[in-house]
Design a protein around this ligand. Structure first.
Ligand code: MG
Ligand code: MG
Length: 266
């Protein structure tokens, strides 16, 4: 993947706008999760997220995102071995024990928030539960490194250590990325790397970190729909994502399910 996109530094005011975008995005993800019952379709989950966006008068930058053909939905919903970019489908029904990843974006006042959650449907296997837990821990480890003066490699290595330390794999083919007025800005932030290497993190950078973790292989394949990315060996996968700002006070997660104007309120 070529990646020469611009890195933009945001003002405190712009970061405050991105927090609003992130809060709406978190609500959309929560609505999709709440709709995720056995027998519900992935299109139902997408509709639940879209309803939140509509209520706030915003839209998802996923819709019509350029690719093999314009992306047809506001979210991507990926089940089990599907790692990312699953297309919501009314015929795709959730089953007991599935693990579901929902990724959504929100454009609010010209700025984008991008975040994703993974969760189980009903009772999940111990293997699935552990994968979800480790992937979320990998994201937290990356977020903790989002400090001015650290380097991209510190973030990447922290994510990699948690995932590979648990015996899993991270994809080499898809990465985290800067986020701002565009959904995909520079820098590119892989889920693997060497601490102390790479670009310096500066106050005002905003980056979407997104560990994509696979149980059996780092390799992926793209399905015939040309969007959905699966593990090459059919093993389980999980994906968590937050948009995060580097601030003078350390990392600031922009995509929390908490009203930024009233901390503590959901
Ligand atoms: Mg995303
Ligand atoms: Mg992203």
């Amino acid at each position: 993947m070529s990646w020469d996109r611009q890195i933009t530094i945001k003002t405190a005011q712009e970061i405050a706008i991105m927090r609003q975008a992130g809060w709406i995005n978190a609500q959309a993800l929560a609505a999709a999760r709440a709709a995720a019952h056995v027998g519900a379709s992935t299109a139902d989950l997408n509709a639940a997220a879209e309803e939140v966006l509509r209520k706030h008068g915003v839209y998802s930058p996923f819709k019509n995102y350029p690719g093999p053909y314009p992306y047809p939905a506001s979210t991507t919903i990926s089940i089990n071995d599907e790692l990312v970019h699953g297309i919501p489908n009314p015929r795709r029904k959730l089953r007991e024990g599935d693990i579901v990843s929902v990724d959504c974006g929100t454009v609010f006042e010209g700025f984008v928030a991008d975040s994703a959650i993974s969760f189980g449907v009903g009772q999940v296997s111990e293997a699935a539960r552990r994968l979800l837990e480790v992937t979320e821990q990998a994201l937290a480890a990356g977020v903790a490194q989002m400090k001015a003066g650290n380097r991209i490699g510190d973030v990447s290595a922290a994510i990699q250590q948690v995932a590979e330390g648990a015996g899993y794999y991270v994809t080499r083919e898809y990465t985290g990325h800067g986020v701002g007025r565009a959904m995909h800005e520079g820098p590119q932030v892989p889920n693997y790397g060497v601490a102390g290497r790479g670009m310096l993190l500066r106050v005002g950078m905003t980056i979407a970190l997104e560990p994509m973790v696979l149980v059996g292989t780092a390799r992926t394949r793209v399905m015939p729909d040309q969007w959905t990315v699966c593990s090459a060996d059919g093993s389980l996968t999980a994906h968590f994502e937050h948009s995060v700002a580097v601030t003078e006070n350390g990392p600031l997660v922009l995509t929390l399910l908490e009203d930024p104007s009233q901390p503590g309120r959901k």
